[in-house]
Design a protein around this ligand. Structure first.
Ligand SMILES: Nc1ccn([C@@H]2O[C@H](COP(=O)(O)OP(=O)(O)OP(=O)(O)O)[C@@H](O)[C@H]2O)c(=O)n1
Length: 398
């Protein structure tokens, strides 16, 4: 099979492959971008696999970055874009079911494709669009199937996270896991206990953002993977009912985390430890706290200007999406208009600073912060004009 019209990302990367090939090595596009292009999905970046060793790649290009040189990965910088380029690797030794502790570089594409997780991820593409399909990945794409490359048990022993990847792809793509791959997951589910929670979490969130989360969750339950995601297993009925409502695919991680914590009926105080356990960033925790509060008010039809302002342009669409999943009408347009009509959209637009207040005789310290917040509230709610003199007068009066 040969793809005639390649997405621009491949067209731009073509000279990189040509440079490698002109030097006498092989180079192919591999991984998710090839799979997604065949499925007609939008792609974001492309990965390259090559017979050239990292030092050989580095000698061919002016600008490279050693992003994972011990695993054979070098980033080639070309016209402002970075291309992850990985030397063909053969099967490796894994002791922690995560990353290979020993990588063997090889010159053979077949060896490299053989160690990949699923047939749909083991396709390679030449720079001219020709697809190399050694494991019937095209047929599996056509039949909407997830199948491990070669012996499924070996693939999961090499990296136990692949079991979560299988259920995640099933949900994302609306594919079925073939029986022997599913059986191997069931037999090896306990290996997931060895995987760091931050890696499992990424797959779970992608699963819930997928086209058919119900399918992914069912696969997790029937295989027993579920038991190795403890916090989630405790909330099984709530998660099932959430999955039933997630029929359209949720667009952001913030919205998924907010839905999870809302659906699990976690108190605001319980949200932080729950998310910290899953090693999410503090930024995500803060975003979820704000989005959650706003979505609840929205679902109650009770969102005032101050809470709308606190959510801001960045999070309002997430809050609206959460409220819609929880049964509220879609109000995004009117919310965006309401936000735009507020006297200010963010704190830095306030016409007064802490320094102005100190010049007006207010002592620095926590009280000054409280006064500033009170002024911000009054400006947003229209109680006072956003003008420095009016704000100083207000501050010194109270
Ligand atoms: N545990 C893993 C992770 C990755 N891969 C291989 O490395 C490729 C790139 O991995 P990654 O970027 O993590 O995933 P994608 O398949 O590209 O999918 P997505 O970007 O949607 O996560 C995969 O296609 C697969 O061939 C693998 O064999 N085993």
């Amino acid at each position: 099979m040969k793809l005639e019209h390649l997405p621009q990302e491949f067209e731009l990367a073509r000279p990189v492959l040509q440079t490698i090939e002109q030097a006498g090595y092989e180079a192919y596009f591999v991984g998710g971008s090839v799979r997604d292009t065949i499925l007609g999905k939008t792609i974001h970046d492309v990965d390259i696999a090559t017979s050239a060793y990292p030092n050989e790649i580095k000698s061919l290009f002016k600008r490279t970055v050693d992003t994972g040189i011990e695993h054979g990965t070098v980033m080639i910088l070309d016209h402002g874009t970075g291309y992850e380029t990985t030397t063909f690797r053969s099967e490796s030794t894994y002791t922690d079911f995560r990353r290979p502790d020993q990588v063997t570089f090889v010159r053979s594409l077949t060896e490299d494709l053989k160690r990949r997780d699923f047939t749909i991820n083991a396709l390679a593409m030449r720079e001219n669009g020709e697809i190399i399909d050694l494991f019937d990945g095209l047929a599996d794409l056509q039949n909407k199937q997830i199948r491990a490359v070669g012996n499924a048990q070996e693939r999961f022993h090499e990296d136990a996270l692949r079991m979560m990847r299988a259920v995640r792809f099933a949900s994302q793509l609306d594919f079925t896991i073939v029986p022997d791959t599913l059986a191997a997951i069931t037999a090896h589910a306990q290996l997931l206990a060895k995987i760091a929670v931050e890696r499992t979490q990424v797959e779970l969130i992608k699963l819930l953002m997928g086209q058919t989360p119900q399918r992914g969750l069912t696969d997790m339950l029937t295989t027993g993977l579920w038991q190795y995601c403890p916090d989630f297993a405790a909330h099984e009925p709530a998660l099932q009912s959430l999955a039933d409502r997630l029929t359209q695919g949720v667009s952001s991680e913030t919205a998924v985390w907010t839905l999870l914590t809302t659906q699990f009926a976690l108190s605001p105080a319980a949200v932080t430890p729950f998310m910290k356990h899953w090693k999410t960033s503090n930024q995500m925790i803060n975003a979820v706290q704000t989005t959650s509060k706003t979505a609840t008010l929205l679902a109650q039809g009770d969102l005032d200007d101050w809470h709308l302002y606190q959510c801001g342009r960045e999070l309002i669409s997430e809050a609206n999406e959460v409220a819609v999943v929880l049964g509220a009408p879609d109000r995004l347009t009117s919310l965006t208009d309401r936000l735009a009509a507020l006297p200010i959209q963010r704190k830095k637009e306030l016409a007064i600073t802490g320094r102005d207040l100190m010049q007006a005789g207010i002592q620095p310290g926590p009280q000054l912060g409280a006064i500033l917040e009170d002024l911000e509230y009054r400006v947003v709610t229209g109680a006072v004009a956003n003008e420095k003199s009016a704000l100083v007068a207000q501050a010194t009066q109270s």
